[in-house]
Each structure stands twice: as C-alpha cells, then as structure tokens.
Design a binder for this molecule. Structure first.
Ligand SMILES: [Zn+2]
Length: 644
C-alpha cells in the first residue's frame, strides 16, 4: 500500500469493497443508450480510407461556449505522404462547416476546394514521400443537426452543456479529419477555450490552463494512437474529482467530471471503477493508456461512449461503467477495422462487464449469461457479423452485436478452456499489427486458432456469420448406476445444420448432484455415464455455458418393465428379445418401435399367446429406442439401447 492509496482510502473508504449490483435491464439500456447516442452521428459523415497518406497528429484549437451550438477554431493535420506523386491532401469535412483559411507553411493558400463533404488541399508541386508535412484548417460553423446531431447543446439543472459523440461516422461533422477505420493519428493535442466557470473533458491529460479575458483555455494532450471517432469533447460547469488505482508500484488516476448536482451520486458509485480496472489489468494486461489517465465525463444522452481515456456516461451504473472501461482494451486499444466487425468492440465490452461479475461477485455471473441467452434466443435468426453497416440499429443491435457477441466469446472459452482462451486474447491485444490499431474478425480467429492449435473456421461459420441457435432434446433413463441418454438437436434457423458444442448436464436428486460435460458431435448421439445415486432429475446446461433455447428433457418411463415385460439383452447389438411374461395371456398384441426423434421405425405383431419375440436390430444405428407394446386395451412402454 502506498501513500496515494492511503489518500484515496481516506476520500473513499468504501473503495476496496465496491458494491456489485446487477440490473438485467442493463442489457438493453447499455445497447440502446449506445445506439441512441450513435444515431446522432449517422445521417452525415464521410469516411475516407485512403492509403495515400498516413495521418500522424492533429492539433486542435476550439472555441466552445456551451450555451451556443456552434464551433470555431482550427485543426492542424500532420500527415506523411505514402506514395510518389502526392499532390493533394483530402480530408473528411462536412459541408455545413465553413472553411475560412487553409494555411500551409505559414501562408494562407487558395488552392483548396470543399465539396461533397471533402476538403481537398492542392499543393503547387508533389510532396516528397515519407516526409511529414502539415496543413492548418481554420473554420467555423454549426455542425449539422438533423434531429440527432453529433454535436449536442443541451442543459442540466439549468446549466448549458455541449458534448460530441462521433461513432460511427460523425467526427467530420464537426472537425476536419481522416475519418475511416484504417488510420489512427499517433497523438492528438486539444485546446478548448470556453467562458468561465466551465470546464472541459476530453482525451489525454490536462497539461495547462490559462486565462484569456472571461475565458479559460484548457490544453489537453493525448499521446497514444487514436481513431477519429474516439475523439470527444464535453464542456459544462463540471465538478471534478480524482481517484487513484494502485497497480504494481504505480498508480493510475481516474479523473471524473460530473454535474455538480450529481456529485454525491458519483462519489458514492464511482469507487466501483477501482476493482474493475484491477480485474481487467490482471486478465488483459495493464490499462492500455497507463501513462495518462482514465476518466468519466457526464453527458446528457445515451448510456455511454468510450472516448479514449475519457468515457462519457449518462450515469454511473455498475454495468455501464464496467462496459465502457472494457472498451479501453477492446475498441480503443484494438479497434474494429470495419463496422461489420463491431462485435470486436461491443461483444467484447459486454463480455468484459460479465467478467467483472465473475471476479467481484460470482453469484451474478451465471445470471448475466442467462439474461444474454434469453435475449439472443428471443428471435430465431440474426448473425453477429453485421450485414448492413448503413443501418444504425443493425450496427448497434443489442441482441446481436452485444449479447450474442459476448456469448460467442464465452462459448469459445467453454470449448477451448480458460488458459488457452485468455492467452489468445492477450496475444491479440499484444499483436503489434493490431495493438493501438485496427483488427478484423479474421485477426482474432487467427490468434484463437494459434493458441488452441486447431482450426476454428467451423465455429466462426456457425456462430459469427451463421444464424440461429440449437434446441436440444434429451431423453434419459437410469438402470442401476448407469444413466443412458440421447442428445438430439434442431436449429432455430436454417443455414446451420448442426451446432457442435460441448454440453453440460446436471444429474441430481434431493441429496446429491453432479455436473458433467459431454462433447456432443452429432444429433441423436447416445451417451452412457455412471452416476452412483438414483437420479430424479436431469437439468440441461444449468450454468448457461452455451446459447440454446426451447430445450426439453424427458425421463423415459418404464411401464413395461414395471408390468413384468423384459428386454434382453439391453443394451443390445443385432437383436433384442421381448419376454412378455403373463401379459399376452394367449392373445395377440403389437409392438411399435420409435427412434429417438420419435419416428416409427418398426411395427411387429407377435403371434397369439407367444411368450417372447425376437426383434432383428441389425439395421438399427446405435442409439436410444422406445417401444410401445399394446395388447387388448393396455399399452406398456419403455426403452432399449442399441450399442454397436
Ligand atoms: Zn459499448
């Protein structure tokens, strides 16, 4: 324990026993909140993905009065031409913004055009390849507002607030930038001038403040690679307080900007962030921006937005802050390289919030998965792969990108085992081609396969691009200490013929239970397991390890056996003999045989008064079969096993 921790504990005595709360509604509120926020930025926006230049650094100076919905200032873009013959720089910049000047090498130049949301700056001669150069764009304007807006002016408790939220396409609505998912700036420097007594919250560290008339200039620096959509600013009369998280011999500051009227809530709820950071540090490596800080800034719409090192949140709900913090590793350090792969951000952040329950209050961990499975299986289809990136509801679909994305990660862990799974994720986060850059689903798959040592193409076909989920039927019976059961599967949606997953079953009676995992590789598969106590119930997947629904478990009744009917041998191979005992009483009955799917396989009519009947089962595949023996008005049923 070091000095700063003591200091922290003094301020927040509850820190080390943060209250864990579970709200099943969080499932929808986080996704809906993020979607609602993102909707603002969707109508407009451009996203160039050119490889003609590499964006290196943005220096931004903005004048923001939160009482006014407008922006004025300048952005200097440092860039490196990546090809010969580079004679113009093209940036994303919405038409609603007015370019006042373009400055190149200290001179205002006129060789630029601003059309179709693109600012094109032409140079007199080709710029040398691989030499960093810069252009300053002086501009002002009212960023587009079509009822959603990426650039929102609002009020809290009568005080004005202005905040931005650019994901997925909205950054260029309010500043000139390279807006696609291919190129992060190495760093960004943001100065915001605003009337007193407002404060500003943005990426990186506040390095200085200076007074200028009735304004204060807040100068922030962020020295990590950053995607344009992860730059965010918020300005209002914030109250602020700082927490400290010990890690190793160091500490990480968490800087919180909250509404003065909500600061009591914030001080009560935000200590929960401390053990969360420690859990993620231990699972995924130290907080990715540890040279700087983490922070929260309160804003007025939606659940939260993971602006790099400065998450914007509507409130301080436990699962929301866990989710947004998780994005620092998955979303911000490694960013989805296409909106089709949004689950690399959202599925992971959702799963990470589940891991917080696992580590801080395991009793809520199964419930977290149950709620996700119930959401996923509330509709029969839908893929994690986002097949329409022009549809905001589809990108930020809570059921698919969030819940199903999280559960397909959990299933991978269930298949591969903890150590292999977490090793793969750590390798993914550390991969120099991905870390502080972008990743596609294929990159994640490669790391999972390398760690696991087996191909996972089948898994991604079934669960990433594939749709639907399995529905299981279990038929079981116990003879002495052996429980035999068959596992049959149908699918909720056509396209996947069989979901190959390990399954878990709980065998129990009032005094005993045992949880066993089985590798189920085909539908109708027969399993036999020794259970040394009489089982009175069998529960399928009680811990929600997999995505499934509408499952049925049937104990096979043995009325025939109870009435004196015998089947030998059982399990059988190529024949099974029915011994009727007194049941025939000189009359003729019939025997119907059904397979495990309930399909009639055979119907035979033993002769009058015959005391036994030999059924030829040469052609029967291994599995569980049911018989119904009818005679007079009585029927006797039961099961037998063919095992070859
Ligand atoms: Zn998220």
């Amino acid at each position: 324990m070091n000095k700063s921790l003591l200091f922290f504990c003094f301020l927040f005595p509850g820190v080390l026993q943060a209250q864990v709360t579970f709200n099943p509604n969080d499932l929808n509120t986080i996704a809906n909140g993020e979607r609602k926020s993102h909707e603002q930025s969707f109508r407009h926006g451009h996203a160039i993905t050119t490889s003609a230049f590499d964006v290196k650094f943005y220096r931004c100076y903005w004048i923001i009065d939160p009482a006014l919905r407008q922006i004025a200032g300048n952005v200097t873009v440092y860039f490196k031409p990546m090809q010969a013959g580079f004679d113009s720089l093209v940036l994303d910049m919405h038409q609603a913004l007015t370019v006042e000047q373009v400055i190149y090498h200290q001179h205002s130049i006129s060789s630029w055009s601003h059309t179709a949301d693109l600012l094109t700056v032409r140079f007199v001669s080709n710029l040398p390849q691989n030499v960093i150069d810069s252009v300053t764009v002086v501009y002002q304007g009212v960023p587009p507002d079509d009822g959603f807006g990426t650039f929102v002016q609002d009020q809290h408790n009568g005080n004005p607030i202005l905040w931005t939220l650019s994901e997925p396409y909205g950054a260029s609505n309010w500043w000139p930038c390279k807006n696609g998912l291919t190129d992060k700036a190495d760093s960004v420097d943001i100065t915001i001038s605003t009337p007193n007594p407002n404060k500003t919250a943005t990426n990186g560290m506040l390095v200085s403040t200076s007074s200028l008339g009735g304004n204060t200039e807040f100068h922030w620096k962020h020295s990590y690679p950053i995607a344009a959509y992860l730059v965010g600013i918020a300005v209002t009369n914030y109250a602020s307080f700082t927490q400290k998280v010990p890690f190793g011999n160091d500490t990480l500051k968490v800087v919180n900007f909250v509404y003065p009227e909500d600061s009591t809530n914030a001080v009560a709820q935000l200590p929960a962030i401390i053990p969360m950071i420690q859990v993620y540090d231990s699972l995924f490596g130290i907080y990715p921006f540890q040279r700087e800080k983490y922070g929260h800034a309160q804003f007025s719409w939606g659940g939260g937005m993971e602006h790099q090192t400065m998450t914007f949140v509507a409130n301080f709900e436990f699962e929301l802050i866990a989710h947004e913090l998780g994005h620092m590793w998955f979303g911000d350090k490694v960013t989805c390289g296409s909106w089709t792969d949004i689950w690399l951000n959202e599925g992971f952040a959702t799963y990470l919030s589940g891991l917080i329950y696992e580590h801080l209050d395991p009793s809520l961990w199964v419930r977290f998965r149950m709620v996700r499975v119930q959401s996923i299986t509330s509709m029969p289809g839908g893929s994690v792969y986002c097949n329409d990136t022009t549809n905001i509801d589809r990108i930020f679909d809570g059921r698919l990108s969030y819940a199903k994305g999280a559960m397909i990660l959990h299933q991978l862990r269930w298949i591969m085992g903890d150590s292999v799974f977490f090793a793969a994720l750590n390798n993914y986060l550390k991969d120099y081609r991905l870390a502080y850059g972008f990743a596609r689903t294929e990159d994640l798959k490669t790391h999972l396969e390398n760690s696991y040592g087996h191909d996972l193409g089948w898994y991604f076909n079934d669960w990433f691009t594939g749709e639907g989920y399995p529905q299981y039927r279990i038929n079981w019976s116990q003879t002495a200490d052996t429980v035999a059961f068959t596992v049959s599967q149908t699918q909720s949606s056509p396209g996947v013929s069989f979901f190959e997953l390990p399954i878990q079953l709980l065998f129990k009676n009032s005094g005993h239970d045992t949880l066993i995992r089985f590798n189920n590789t085909f539908s109708g598969e027969l399993f036999k397991v020794r259970i040394p106590f009489p089982v009175d119930s069998l529960i399928f997947d009680p811990q929600y390890q997999i995505i499934s629904s509408n499952n049925t478990v049937n104990a096979v009744a043995e009325h025939g056996l109870q009435a004196g009917l015998q089947l030998v041998p059982n399990p059988a191979k190529d024949h099974v003999t029915f011994r009727f005992g007194d049941l025939t009483a000189g009359e003729r009955g019939n025997i119907r045989i059904y397979d495990d799917y309930g399909r009639k396989r055979d119907e035979v009519f033993p002769g009058h008064g015959q005391s036994e009947f030999d059924l030829d089962t040469h052609a029967y595949p291994s599995g569980l079969y049911f018989y119904v023996f009818s005679i007079r008005d009585n029927t006797y049923s039961g099961k037998f096993i063919i095992s070859k």
